[in-house]
Write a protein that binds this ligand. Structure first.
Ligand code: ADP
Ligand code: ZN
Ligand code: ZN
Length: 737
């Protein structure tokens, strides 16, 4: 009796399963779909998941190897998550094994048991309190005592870093007799604590209406919560989560970038006494696995994380929130190119829970879904509390001299706001000192040797940097073409604007916030602390400043260059620009002081800018939706992009030409209507990091026809000999073109 054949999904780009016999000594009845097995694969050992059990295999019996080990006693994932991964692999035309491996914490991919460690809890000893004399010079221990005091039943050791505590300070407390460890099985039950640590805010009528709609409609529904910046979307999330927790269920919250918004995360922790797990990049592999297990076993009420957190299993799924749903970081740009926002909606459907997509500037895809009635539309049109919407004004800078990117009227406005004791935010979406280095005598421009792009001048430290391939070189001293020494940085980036503002306002601190200034750990946190101290200061930064921050003392937002998006080649250029301006502008006047927004532009008469400043984002969105419908572009059609890159142009060309022929052939063969192939064409930046890039766009009327083509097409491409000379990938619903 040969026993069942295991069809194993392995972390490999090949879109197929691999057959193995059952591991020695394992009874067939012990085998279930979804368990992990360790197998030998070529020279290596891999961990994969059983995706099917079959009677027969096409592999000759003599060649069929037994799996080495059955790792799990039970399926690793809840059924719904298994189905989510399966659907993801199908939808994005990606290998199931690779999809599963993206969805799992590293240690599980490596075969670590998916069991909670025997839990150790930390608890205060009687007589320990924060003002204890033994703590007078130990701030960290004092803080630890404060945190432990909130956990009378003990704080799980696995969660201490989630509360900002270190093992060292807890052990120091233990030595002083102020704290102790107790051990407990992870599934202990203790008397319920009060759910809330602070009272919720009194919801205003719009917030109440949104909450009532969400709470009164149980089960799966997708809600678009479109709330202007500062309208109190977070408060709606918090109260919806409270309701979910009261029913004994868990909430999963996706946010774009964790490091950027520690203040928002703190609001979740301040509100609830239930454990909140934050899946941030500072967690080590073990902590990540512990958090995953705690979520799967229902030990934590709230899980907050970025894109990949959409795959966190929940024992009692109750609510899924995607904050800033328009944010591009939800789309993975390599490997498995999934969109976590879209997967969240599908997951809500699988687990029958509500999904809230929140944004002040919803993507056109989401708005379109709301307008067609697939999503339900909730609006917060007013700022919460006493805050007012900011006033917009365009500054026409045609033929005005700029200093460090700043015009005279703008400098005057900055001066005025600073004099009134307020903070000013200057937005310039370009880091470095200047975007171009030019020879003043012959016009030579410093270019990247590996990309079709200019080198950016950086000053601290001084060098030339390509922002596309990351290559760097020293600043030229002489022009390589005419040998002149007169090389000049042209235009302004954050560094130059910072320098200029420091000279012009010597008594005001200037804080620069971009990828360079926040690269060091805690740098962002330190900058935010200074901003929140409320003292007058100038903030200069990139779109990092646009994301979800609440800066109560900023009254003026200055946008140095709004023109980039007005002539972008990407059909999403206008949407992106409108989102960015609206989000940055939304940092002004969020508390009691009114806000002003000044936009420098060379195109003050551009209808898009006029619409945006006079009627706001919804007007632009409506205008763009009509344009997309007329042009038959998403969300009114469905697209996939085949990208290829190689060392020689002719290699990508012949591969994509061949791909195009194959697709045309399939279309005819299968009678597929309403599919257009556009290209191949060179990518917008043809040469990047030394390789030539080109692309072929597939555009379809229906999602189903698109997928009917993609599946067999990819099968053919995988066998195409020309494909071995190029690096190629398929992007379903691409956001970057
Ligand atoms: P959003 O996420 O929509 O930009 P936030 O949730 O950050 O807005 O809220 C902006 C500010 O308004 C916060 O300081 C918040 O505490 C405050 N706020 C929200 N709701 C209310 C309310 N109902 N009453 C008073 N203040 C509120
Ligand atoms: Zn020159
Ligand atoms: Zn480069």
């Amino acid at each position: 009796m040969p026993g069942p054949i295991l069809q194993v999904a392995l972390p490999s780009p090949l879109r197929r399963l691999f057959d193995y016999r059952a591991p020695a000594g394992v009874h067939p009845e012990q085998l279930k779909i979804g368990q992990r097995v360790r197998v030998s694969f070529g020279q290596r050992q891999l961990v994969g998941l059983i995706a099917g059990l079959a009677e027969h295999s096409d592999v000759p019996a003599a060649k069929l190897k037994p799996a080495l080990e059955l790792i799990d006693l039970k399926p690793l994932l809840p059924d719904s998550l298994w189905r989510l991964c399966y659907w993801t692999a199908q939808y994005y035309q990606h290998s199931l094994g690779d999809t599963l491996s993206c969805a799992l914490p590293v240690l599980l991919r490596q075969g670590e048991p998916a069991l909670a460690r025997q839990d150790v809890l930390w608890q205060l000893c009687p007589g320990a309190y924060p003002e204890h004399p033994a703590l007078s010079r130990a701030q960290k221990q004092k803080h630890a005592v404060q945190i432990l005091a909130r956990h009378p039943h003990g704080l799980s050791h696995a969660l201490i870093s989630q509360w900002g505590l270190s093992r060292d300070s807890l052990e120091a407390l233990e030595r002083k007799g102020l704290a102790r460890r107790i051990s407990q099985s992870p599934h202990h039950s203790h008397e319920p604590l009060p759910l809330l640590r602070e009272a919720p805010l009194t919801a205003n009528p719009e917030q109440q209406a949104a909450l009532a709609a969400i709470l009164e409609t149980p089960g799966f529904n997708t809600w678009l919560l479109e709330g202007v910046t500062g309208s109190g979307k977070t408060e709606v999330y918090l109260q919806a989560i409270e309701h979910c927790l009261r029913q004994g269920r868990q909430a999963l919250v996706l946010i774009p970038e964790i490091g950027l918004t520690p203040q928002t995360l703190e609001r979740f922790r301040q509100r609830f006494s239930t454990p909140v797990v934050i899946l941030h990049s500072g967690l080590n592999d073990r902590e990540r696995l512990d958090a995953w297990i705690a979520a799967r076993d229902g030990e934590v009420g709230i899980v907050i994380g970025t894109r990949s957190a959409v795959f966190t299993p929940l024992a009692q799924p109750g609510l899924l929130i995607v904050d800033e749903e328009h944010d591009l970081s939800y789309k993975q740009q390599d490997g498995l190119r999934y969109n976590a926002r879209d997967l969240a909606v599908y997951r809500g459907h699988l687990e029958n829970m509500p999904v809230i997509l929140g944004s002040a500037t919803p993507s056109l895809e989401t708005l379109h879904n709301a307008q067609r009635g697939r999503y339900r539309h909730l609006r917060l049109t007013q700022r919460a509390g006493n805050a007012q919407a900011p006033r917009f004004q365009c500054l026409d800078i045609r033929s005005r001299p700029l200093e460090g990117g700043l015009s005279q009227p703008l400098l005057q406005a900055i001066d005025q706001h600073l004099r009134q004791g307020n903070q000013v935010l200057v937005f310039i979406n370009r880091r470095g000192f200047a975007p171009t280095l030019m020879c003043h005598d012959c016009g030579w421009i410093a270019e990247c040797r590996r990309c079709d792009a200019r080198m950016t001048v950086h000053q601290a430290p001084s060098h030339l940097h390509c922002h596309h391939c990351d290559s760097q070189r020293p600043l030229d001293r002489h022009c390589p073409k005419c040998n002149s020494a007169d090389l000049r940085p042209i235009g302004a980036g954050t560094e130059r604007t910072e320098e200029h503002l420091s000279q012009r306002f010597p008594d005001t601190p200037v804080l620069r916030i971009d990828r360079d200034s926040t690269a060091r750990k805690d740098a962002m946190q330190k900058l935010l602390t200074r901003i929140h101290s409320g003292a007058p200061c100038l903030l200069v930064g990139t779109q990092m400043l646009a994301k979800g921050h609440h800066f109560p003392d900023v009254t003026l937002v200055a946008i140095l260059d709004a023109d980039g998006g007005l002539f972008s080649a990407d059909f999403r250029g206008a949407e992106r620009m409108a989102q960015m301006i609206t989000q940055v502008a939304g940092r002004a006047g969020r508390a009691n002081k009114p806000g002003q927004v000044l936009i420098q532009t060379h195109m003050a008469e551009h209808p898009l800018l006029i619409d945006l400043t006079e009627h706001g984002y919804p007007a632009i969105a409506q205008r763009e939706l009509s344009a997309r419908e007329a042009a038959h572009l998403p969300p009114f059609s469905f697209i996939a992009l085949l990208r290829a890159e190689a060392n020689r142009v002719d290699q990508t060309e012949s591969f994509l030409d061949q791909a195009c022929d194959l697709a045309e052939h399939l279309k005819t063969q299968q009678g597929l209507q309403g599919i257009e192939l556009l290209g191949p064409v060179p990518s917008p930046m043809e040469r990047r990091a030394g390789r030539y890039r080109a692309q072929l766009l597939v555009l379809a009327d229906q999602r189903s026809t698109l997928h009917s083509l993609l599946h067999p097409w990819l099968g053919l491409l995988e066998q195409e000999p020309l494909g071995r000379k190029v690096r190629w990938s398929l992007d379903v619903d691409p956001l970057d073109m």
